[in-house]
Design a protein around this ligand. Structure first.
Ligand SMILES: *[C@@H]1O[C@H](CO)[C@@H](O)[C@H](O)[C@H]1NC(C)=O
Length: 391
């Protein structure tokens, strides 16, 4: 009897979970290489490289383009009646939902699926216009509301942005059409419920939790999963290690210590912060420490791409974050990326400012491929467990 009840409970739980399979396209770097623009780009930006971080500079003059030469993980949603289908970046580092629309005529938009409001019987215009800034560029949107579905989850009257303008760089190159923000409402356009809020308000989740699994061997058709309403214990091993959210804007947690190999650095002696961000590809490092980190992991000075020797990876140090008393380690096989036998490290300079002076790290996909991540809305905490992707 006990077993039967347990089995029923399990059945119910697994039925309540909504699973979106994520995909991953080629990296921007690969795309540019294919189009033959990488060489030109590097030539043009040669002197920027002395300024450390060449990949940042492409076209948008801002330190902040963290990651768009590498690629993101994205999944499918629909908007409208009948449904129009979009690939969106499931982004825990922002809070708005937007997709390209027929109001937008730029190349970036015509290269993607565009929402056509006149083709949806459930659409209503709201009409306010906004500019949404991202680390890698910004888009102009006008607001409307419509039905949004993610697998079997249905949210009605969801306010979202229809783009009126998207710049070529980076959006022409992205595999995803739009972005679905999953951070706190404080980061969203004020006055409207975010999709996450509506998921809860409209009682669409078994539990107020979502979780991410990123494969380390992604293909275009399978890059990982986002699970809405719970966790999938098949996708991680061991216990989930929890850390409280320290500021309910981003999914931001405290980092107590950072070690390189056996050496504990003093970088976090006044405390560090970590933003758990599925929409950033790299691990980003506080600007004042990036030079030291590169040196410590053995990136040669003047290295063009922060390249390392593919045959020497096993001799590179493990990086360890101490989070709420737990040790979260990244072996070099995780933070070193390999693009057609060119190895380079998957780190970047942090582009968000610290509010209180504590160094800020962004725990992006490079980190999250090692750790399955759980976002617990009710308890304001983030959990990490060793991803089965490491097997
Ligand atoms: C708002 O954006 C829409 C769509 O791009 C555009 O048609 C409209 O002119 C904009 N309104 C204002 C006041 O800028």
């Amino acid at each position: 009897m006990k077993w039967l009840i347990l089995a029923l409970v399990c059945l119910q739980l697994s039925e309540g979970l909504v699973r979106v399979r994520l995909r991953k396209g080629k990296s921007m770097r690969e795309l540019m290489k294919d189009k033959g623009v990488l060489e030109d780009f590097l030539k043009q930006h040669k002197h920027d490289r002395g300024r450390k971080y060449h990949f940042n500079e492409y076209n948008i003059a801002h330190e902040s383009i963290a990651n768009y030469l590498d690629s993101f993980y994205f999944g499918e949603i629909t908007i409208g009646t009948p449904p129009q289908t979009f690939l969106v970046l499931f982004d825990t580092g922002s809070s708005n939902l937007w997709v390209p629309s027929t109001y937008c005529q730029t190349q970036a938009c015509s290269n993607h699926v565009r929402f056509n409001p006149t083709q949806s019987s459930t659409y209503s215009a709201i009409g306010n216009n906004y500019t949404l800034p991202y680390g890698f560029g910004e888009v102009d949107v006008t607001l409307g509301s419509d039905t949004v579905t993610i697998q079997n989850v249905v949210v009605t009257n969801q306010v979202f942005g229809l783009t009126g303008y998207e710049p070529t760089s980076p959006f022409y190159y992205t595999y995803f059409d739009g972005i679905l923000g999953m951070a706190y409402p404080d980061l969203a356009i004020p006055g409207y419920y975010s999709l996450m809020q509506n998921l809860l308000r409209q009682d669409q989740l078994t539990e107020p939790i979502f979780s991410f699994y990123f494969s380390r061997k992604p293909t275009y058709y399978y890059g990982g999963e986002v699970i809405l309403g719970g966790v999938d214990s098949q996708l991680y091993s061991g216990e989930i290690m929890w850390a409280p959210v320290i500021q309910e804007v981003y999914w931001k947690i405290a980092i107590e210590e950072f070690s390189i190999g056996q050496t504990t650095t003093s970088w976090c002696s006044q405390g560090c912060q970590g933003i758990v961000d599925t929409g950033t590809f790299q691990l980003t490092v506080p600007e004042q420490y990036i030079g030291e980190l590169l040196q410590a992991v053995g990136v040669p000075e003047n290295s063009d791409y922060w390249e390392v020797d593919c045959n020497n990876i096993q001799n590179m140090p493990i990086l360890t974050f101490s989070v709420n008393g737990n040790q979260l380690s990244l072996p070099p096989t995780v933070y070193v990326l390999n693009d057609q036998d060119v190895c380079y490290i998957g780190v970047e300079t942090t582009y968000v400012n610290s509010q209180n002076g504590q160094p800020v790290w962004i725990l992006g996909n490079v980190f999250l491929r090692q750790y399955y991540s759980v976002f617990d809305i009710a308890n304001n905490r983030v959990g990490f467990a060793l991803s089965t992707s490491t097997n």
